[in-house]
Design a protein around this ligand. Sequence first.
Ligand code: ADP
Ligand code: MG
Length: 455
Amino acid sequence: MASLNENQKFWARVTELARQSIGKQAYDFFIEPAQLMSVEQDTANILLDSGMKKDYWKKQSDLITTAGFEVFGRMIDYELYANDELTELELHRLNNQSSIEEQPHSTAKPASPLVSGLNEKYNFENFVQGPGNRWTLAAAIAVADKPGDTYNPLFIYGGAGLGKTHLMHAIGNQILTDNPTARIKYVSSENFVNDYVNATRKNQMENFENTYRNLDLLLLDDVQFFSDKEGTKNEFFNTFNALYDKGSQIVLTSDRIPQELNNLEDRLVSRFSWGLTTDITAPDYETRMAILLFKSESSRLEFPSETLSYIAGQIDSNVRELEGALNRVEFVARANGIAVVDIETASQALRSLKNATQQSLSNLTIKKIQDEVANYYHISFSDLVGPKRPKEIAFPRQIAMYLVRELLGTSLPAIGTAFGGRDHTTVMYAYKQISDKMKNDMDVQKDIDSIKRKF
Ligand code: ADP
Ligand code: MG
């Protein structure tokens, strides 16, 4: 394929020759709105804004041949496409091979072809499986295999940086590979709202609905950020129904379960549970190791397993941070000309990273932890530190004590005092209880994770 510049030169030459040989009216009508999409194997693919203009263009072979010899030094043929009569397949092909960044001559914008928003970087092959994501991965693969059939909608929830968005793109990419004409759209909830607001403002609701209601697959990310404005919510509801009714697949993600989405109405939330709701939890040590092994394979440096193990031990919250840590270590190693990354280098690199998190923890207080925990479990502060002992209160209390010890390193007696004058043995017991649960109870891990993220 020719380089970008040559293509642009070629097209500039075509239009220049046209300008010289035909009248302004005809030029403006026939030539100006046309776009060069690509030049492949000596054929220029030209997109017209209307099929009725093809006959005119067929008679312009001189322009193409002349410009072709001038710019490429060989015979260039051409193929005409029209925006109003493209098959989905052609549209997709043209869309993906469009090799001209800007079309300086086309001011008239033909109806814009569908932009999927998919990121090819994320697929199933580079998603590492572990106990925290196994079921969700299985569900995602099932959905990609038979969209609209098995789990519809698929609702994925879990903390930040655990791979929700990755899996969404993986589903989209897989479906597109199996069926290149599938109409797919990945969009964050914020952008869905923006699209809607812009469409109403510009009076382009028809366009908006054409785009969103004719999809085969809608991937709507982070629905907790969906605006709670009536209009947008209503549009979302109608979009959801339209897609669902025609059997299109819908995949949603959120940082919480549907029932906790206070920004959306019950009628919508209840629809989310028509399909499958599945969660992703933080990766355990083995999974973190597997992810680091996988990601470090593509590095030019060597990472001995004890170094990876060290990193996996330092970062236990989420995969995004884990990746960040690995990149940071790699960066520091490179900067120091180190080819085999030892623990010393890793620890040096991660020290500054730790300082940054400690910064955010530096204004954390016992009171703040207590407040967040009480808030999280929907109990009052006075119950949290008071004498009551039913499980709904005793458990959050233990969690809060654990977090104070873990995050602030406060002494056991001081923690006892802060929790209504309890004995330090009570605190010790609480700490041990929760530490044990942190090893094998996913619900507790998730709770702690969610609370920590609030600080
Ligand atoms: P979320 O949407 O849940 O906040 P992302 O999907 O954006 O998280 O994931 C954050 C980063 O971590 C991405 O670069 C993603 O590729 C990576 N990642 C997350 N989980 C995994 C996994 N299981 N295997 C490989 N990479 C992962
Ligand atoms: Mg995400």
